[in-house]
Design a protein around this ligand. Structure first.
Ligand SMILES: Cc1cc2nc3c(=O)[nH]c(=O)nc-3n(C[C@H](O)[C@H](O)[C@H](O)COP(=O)(O)OP(=O)(O)OC[C@H]3O[C@@H](n4cnc5c(N)ncnc54)[C@H](O)[C@@H]3O)c2cc1C
Length: 366
């Protein structure tokens, strides 16, 4: 189902996003798959308003999710970069840092400043999976930070990204969240990854060698309270990638029905099965998107469940798209194999399927 079929009256923003996706993104998805970072398209989505709805005065996270979904219908690399950008805007908008809110936030929301988030390590740390990779020491006007992050996407050499570091303070450990910049003194970024998909995400490894994070760039010190405020939106906006992937997998299955339907009908799962799942999941996501600042455990469990369902349905839908398409999906430039490779990213990016299951097992029952 296209965006127009699914959403009877798409907003002006989604109509503009749809135009960018059809005219600029769709023609170059193979180049992106081969490693091209679509900076001009990221800026065009920004100009269209794709990263702004969830941080606007009349906040509407559902619109941001739908924009990511539209990008994801064509390309998960781009949809993930859209999520990175929207997550950075979310961090700033949710903070008490009025200086960053007036200077950086408008530029992130309209795509004139590009950036992302290095939060997979802290998100795993806070759920008992890893140890903090970044450590800070108090200085006169901020913190001096050391350590490294193996993956930060959607950042050029001068990109902005959210970080969390731990600080030992009189025998106690606290965590601080801030915005760092790729080109600031003490920060070194390298494009050195070789992934099975997602090559066009400008994913860098980042080293901090006594990089000074000034007080002006602090989002929350300590992170307590603020973390609970940002984490449902962080996770929920990722479901846009899943919606896009499931929609495009359905489209691939339908495209071959005319020629191969006489035999494809014996496959266990049909496009109608995924459409029913998609409708149900999308309703739940759009409902959740109305209250992203709900900090209750009951709400967070629903968000995690929707994210988990989205990740699992993405790989399943892409798997069945591959089976429906057969040999035409198996060739090196085939859409189905590209979508299948991309779909696994949704299940692996933090919070990965295994982390989501751990969280559901350990969070108190609602
Ligand atoms: C394309 C891509 C883009 C990403 N972008 C971002 C981003 O923008 N921001 C962000 O914070 N995170 C990013 N990540 C990280 C991502 O969110 C996950 O944290 C990561 O994929 C690992 O998740 P996991 O929970 O499955 O951990 P696991 O893979 O189960 O475990 C992670 C640990 O395994 C070890 N490890 C990792 N790679 C290897 C290897 N090749 N060989 C041996 N050991 C290894 C490391 O110790 C690492 O801490 C990105 C990852 C990918 C693949």
């Amino acid at each position: 189902m296209t965006l127009q079929e699914r959403i009877a009256e798409p907003s002006a923003m989604l109509t503009r996003v749809d135009a960018v996706a059809s005219s600029q993104l769709m023609p170059i998805v193979r180049e992106i798959d081969d490693g091209h970072y679509p900076e001009d398209i990221m800026r065009a989505f920004g100009a269209a308003g794709a990263y702004g709805s969830h941080v606007a005065a009349e906040m509407d996270m559902g619109q941001t999710i739908q924009a990511i979904a539209r990008g994801g219908e064509e390309c998960i690399s781009t949809a993930f970069c859209m999520w990175c950008q929207s997550a950075l805007a979310w961090y700033i908008a949710s903070s008490e840092n009025t200086s960053l809110k007036t200077t950086l936030l408008p530029k992130v929301a309209d795509g004139t400043a590009l950036g992302g988030t290095g939060l997979s390590n802290p998100m795993k740390t806070f759920f008992g999976i890893e140890k903090m990779r970044l450590k800070g020491t108090r200085t006169e006007n901020g913190y001096s930070v050391r350590g490294s992050l193996p993956w930060v996407s959607n950042v050029g050499e001068d990109g902005y990204f959210g970080i969390v570091f731990s600080v030992e303070d009189e025998g106690r450990v606290k965590h601080v969240m801030a915005v760092a910049r790729g080109d600031q003194a003490g920060v070194k970024t390298v494009l050195d990854h070789d992934f099975m998909s997602m090559a066009g995400t400008a994913t860098r490894s980042v080293q901090f060698r006594d990089a000074v994070i000034e007080d002006d760039f602090i989002l929350a010190d300590p992170i307590d309270g603020y973390l609970q405020k940002i984490r449902p939106g962080f996770v929920l906006m990722q479901t846009g990638m899943a919606l896009g992937m499931i929609r495009s997998s359905i489209k691939l299955m339908e495209q071959v029905r005319g020629q191969l339907g006489h035999v494809n009908k014996y496959l266990e799962k049909q496009p109608e099965d995924f459409q029913a799942l998609l409708d149900d999941l999308e309703d739940e996501i759009m409902d959740l998107a109305q209250t992203p600042y709900d900090t209750s455990i009951a709400y967070f469990r629903r968000v995690i469940t929707a994210r988990l369902r989205g990740g699992e349905a993405s790989t399943e839908a892409a798997h069945f798209a591959m089976l429906h398409c057969g040999a035409r999906g198996f060739v090196s430039k085939g859409a189905a194999q590209r979508r299948l490779r991309e779909s696994y990213f949704i299940a692996v990016v933090t919070p990965a399927t295994k982390q989501l299951r751990k969280m559901l097992a350990e969070l108190p029952a609602a």
